[in-house]
Design a protein around this ligand. Structure first.
Ligand code: ABU
Length: 474
């Protein structure tokens, strides 16, 4: 293959050269400053318009140099900047092989095996949920935000289907101030007026306050609005906190509102040994966003919207047209083309990464992964709790630990400056990359423990590195 397929050979060798080093790899290959700034020559190389073919050997050499110097390694356990971190080898292999046939899996006619495999993964996800699996279903989406958009859309269609299209200007959506920004964006995409989007206050640990929700719902009704959707977050993006979903659902129950659970971060808990507290929460939902790339080791980005009532997805069927693709429109749900209950038409076979990962690890392997993430989280939490240089900001409910530096003159501005200065020092070498995130009482560091390669050595190293990077370290 190598002589005839130089790009493929080169790309596969590049991957195989790098992946074995990931456990010990820094977040950046170069220092942070170097990684973040392209030289003039590199900018010229990236931007120059290629009118004529470029010599292949030179192009591969130059691209390899760019990748080495400027890619941030999201596979490394030291990459802490976003909620996702790490990718399992099996999942990466599955994603490569999934794009290899270059098919859409919207129809069974062109993708019989992929359709079966994707349906199998959906059914495995459903096993973890407390819903009637025979009546529930899931739809794969490109990312967690899209799953959230889809949830808002399905809820809007249910509301306008039941009450008439004329109610659209009166539909009111509720979410929390700590929820992901894709919920208000989804409302906008679905034609919900921004004035009808209510962001409910949270407690000091980012959890939506049901008492404030109750007040907001009552006020909305008083002003003639119709509560049709609430988003409860299972694993907020900063603290990883769990909204009180049962209480939120109870507030909405009498209004027949759609209860969506954004579990992009927290649904991972459904696969661990402590799954009961997550299952109990999901019992109150109509839909659940589940991101496989956040903590499960799938490559960015792979998300599912799970729905309690499979029939809700029928609104995605093309109202007309599509007949040249979907030849068996009356097939029972389990045999229907996947494109009929999807946002996609050109639907890539990314679910092979989950299929291969799940088969290779087994449910017990995934359980062990989730349990290890929790144990590492608590280990780091204990290091922060006993640190003379940092304060714990929240008790970790999932796999994120939030903390802030001690010191400064006690004023808010100085704490912000101290945090920023500390972050610069933490990230400067290029080894670790950690983020500062907004939280009650000012920004906090957010450390994450879902990377499959992460072990106790990394946890100790991160705690030591944080201590050494604090400006007051001796
Ligand atoms: N895509 C949702 C969250 C991203 C982050 O907090 O890293």
């Amino acid at each position: 293959m190598s002589a005839d397929h130089p790009y493929l050979s080169w790309a596969l060798r590049y991957v195989l050269d790098h992946v074995p080093q990931d456990r010990d790899a820094p977040a950046f290959h170069a220092s942070r400053a170097e990684a973040g700034t392209l030289t003039d020559a590199e900018q010229e190389l990236v931007r120059a318009y290629p009118e004529s073919p470029t010599d292949g050997d030179a192009l591969r050499r130059e691209l390899e140099s760019l990748l080495d110097r400027h890619l941030i390694n999201g596979r490394s356990p030291r990459f802490q900047n976003q909620l996702f971190s790490g990718v399992e080898e099996e999942a990466l292999a599955g994603s490569f092989l999934g794009i290899f046939p270059n098919n859409t899996i919207s129809t069974r006619e062109v993708a019989p095996l992929p359709s079966e495999m994707e349906t199998a993964v959906t059914s495995w996800l459903l096993r973890a949920l407390p819903w009637d699996a025979a009546k529930a279903d899931g739809s794969l989406t490109p990312a967690g935000s899209f799953s959230n958009y889809l949830a808002v859309y399905l809820a809007r269609r249910r509301a306008t289907g039941a009450k008439g299209a004329h109610v659209l200007p009166y539909l009111a959506l509720f979410t929390s101030e700590a929820a992901h920004y894709s919920i208000p964006k989804g409302a906008d995409l679905c034609g919900i007026s921004p004035e009808n989007v209510f962001e409910i206050g949270t407690d000091e640990h980012d959890r939506m306050r049901p008492d404030l929700l109750r007040v907001a719902v009552a006020r909305a009704i008083e002003s003639g609005l119709i509560p049709f959707f609430v988003n409860a977050t299972m694993g907020t993006t900063v603290a990883g906190s769990l909204d009180p979903i049962a209480e939120i659902a109870a507030v909405m129950a009498e209004h027949e509102a759609w209860v969506h659970i954004d579990g992009a971060w927290g649904a991972l808990g459904l696969l661990g040994s402590e799954s009961a507290r997550f299952r109990d929460a999901v019992a109150h939902g109509d839909s659940l966003t589940w991101d496989a790339h956040k903590g499960l080791g799938a490559p960015v980005s792979l998300s599912y919207l799970m729905v309690r009532d499979a029939g809700a997805l029928d609104v995605l069927r093309p109202s007309h047209g599509g007949g040249y693709l979907f030849r068996n429109l009356d097939a029972p749900r389990e045999e229907a083309d996947l494109g009929l209950r999807s946002l996609y038409c050109g639907k890539p076979f990314v679910s092979l990464s989950m299929w291969l990962l799940w088969k290779a690890k087994g449910a017990s392997g995934l359980r062990a992964h989730v349990d290890k993430a929790r144990a590492l989280t608590l280990r780091f939490r204990d290091r922060i709790a006993e640190s003379p240089l940092y304060d714990l900001a929240h008790e970790p409910e999932t796999w994120a630990v939030c903390f802030r530096p001690k010191g400064g003159d006690g004023g808010q501005e100085s704490l912000e400056e101290l945090s920023e200065r500390t972050r610069e020092r933490v990230n400067a070498s290029g080894k670790w990359m950690i983020n500062l995130c907004p939280s009650t009482g000012g920004r906090v560091f957010r450390a994450l423990f879902v990377n499959p390669l992460m072990n106790e050595i990394h946890v100790n190293e991160l705690a030591d590195h944080m201590e050494a990077s604090h400006p007051d370290a001796v």
